[in-house]
Design a protein around this ligand. Structure first.
Ligand SMILES: *Cc1c(COP(=O)(O)O)cnc(C)c1O
Length: 383
């Protein structure tokens, strides 16, 4: 009997015993996927129902694929309660393309200045690209404390006539997340890089001008990004910007201005359905994410200083738990011993050091339980 046939009989779709070599994967991205989605993809790999071929082998104009794309879009709309005032687009180029696309559409030639809130590494990269398109102000910069905190409301004085105000809702490398949207004048479109916390909780979409996420952290495989944009902003761009960057081309052509990343959209749609049907929607997902992250933060806080969390407590990420150990030797030992327990990809980014445990939606509770007890055990043996 194959692993997938056995899997069908398991009650827990997230059993870690589904494949003897499958680990609890704490990778920051591309990251762990819901196992039930992987199985569905496996089942449909040779023949997508009705296609006589794999979904990756048919035209993006084929009705079967267009239905897949529309279904992915409508499931995302349903999960986040996105109104008709917003376009939902699928694009390639990752989050990095958005660093350029956003200022190309909303800043270039506008005569206005863009305001950036800088709380970590990804925001920094976004600013670098935005400066190529126009005038940029850095409204807040947490560099002095190695990006361990977010601004307080009084730190943010965004002018009423800004082109937009940009922030990163969850800095993946630092593990710093905004618990709610930063305050932004009504006249200014709020723009968010939500790449690593997209779909981790409900969002008040109507507070945003534009929100985007590459899929490979919390929403699917690499290759597709989701852009949710207020429709009245679509017409602002100079039509001479590069065609692929022009959001209006993607909107007007239903994300098929050119060949979209069909396979990635198909898998993203399955992850969205898994969130809605198996996990019960974003409110439920958020409470699970709170419990999972709290388990790891408790292990940090109860370690008598053995583990030191990187983010200040009011902006600890639900998705990327970052912490340091007393020495590089102990960090290396932690990673090696964790791997023996099938706890993988825990090494922190070099700019923060230590450990980063990425616990996206698809990380099963069993994985977090296993990591939390490993942490407690390791601390008591090595303190
Ligand atoms: C991963 C990540 C990016 C970069 O995504 P690419 O798809 O590699 O361009 C940008 N922002 C955030 C917050 C990320 O987590």
């Amino acid at each position: 009997m194959t692993a997938s046939a056995q899997g069908v009989q398991t009650t827990s779709a997230q059993s870690s015993a589904s494949h003897p070599e499958r680990v609890f994967n704490f990778s920051a991205g591309p990251a762990t996927m819901p196992e039930s989605v992987l199985r569905e993809v496996q089942d449909e790999m040779l023949c997508y129902p009705g296609a006589g071929a794999s979904i990756m082998e048919i035209s993006h104009r084929d009705k079967l694929f267009v239905d897949v794309l529309h279904d992915a879009e409508s499931t995302i709309r349903e999960l986040l309660n996105v109104s008709d005032d917003y376009s939902v687009m699928f694009m390639q180029g990752g989050a990095t393309l958005q660093f350029s696309a956003i200022p190309a559409n909303l800043l270039r030639g506008s005569g206005k200045r863009a305001q950036y809130v800088l709380t970590g590494s990804w925001g920094k990269k976004a600013i670098k690209e935005a400066k190529k398109e126009g005038d940029v102000d850095v409204l807040f910069d947490a560099a002095d404390s190695n990006y361990d905190h977010i601004p307080s409301a009084s730190d943010l004085a965004c002018p009423d006539d800004a082109a937009y105000m940009y922030y990163c809702s969850n800095e993946t490398i630092q593990g710093v997340q905004f618990p709610t949207e930063p305050n932004c004048p009504d006249s200014v479109p709020l723009v968010s890089d939500a790449s690593s916390d997209f779909l981790c909780r409900p969002l008040p979409i109507d507070q945003y001008g534009l929100l985007y996420a590459c899929a490979q952290k919390n929403a699917g495989p690499a290759g597709v990004s989701v852009v949710i944009m207020r429709k009245d902003l679509l017409d602002q761009a100079d039509p001479n910007i590069p065609g692929y960057l022009h959001f209006k081309n993607h909107h007007d052509n239903d994300s098929e201005w050119n060949t979209p990343p069909t396979f990635a959209i198909y898998v993203l749609g399955k992850v969205a359905r898994w969130l809605r049907d198996d996990m019960g929607g974003l409110e439920k997902m958020e409470s699970i994410n709170r419990e999972k992250s709290q388990q790891l933060y408790s292990a940090i806080d109860s370690s008598n200083g053995f583990y030191r969390g990187h983010a200040k407590t009011d902006c600890r990420s639900l998705m990327n738990v970052t912490f340091n150990l007393p020495s590089d030797e102990l960090t290396a030992k932690f990673i090696a011993e964790a791997a023996e327990h099938k706890l993988a990809a825990l090494k922190g980014h070099r700019s923060v050091g230590g450990i980063r445990a990425s616990i996206y939606n698809a990380m099963p509770r069993e994985g977090v339980n296993a990591l939390a007890s490993f942490m407690n055990d390791f601390a008591s043996k090595n303190s």
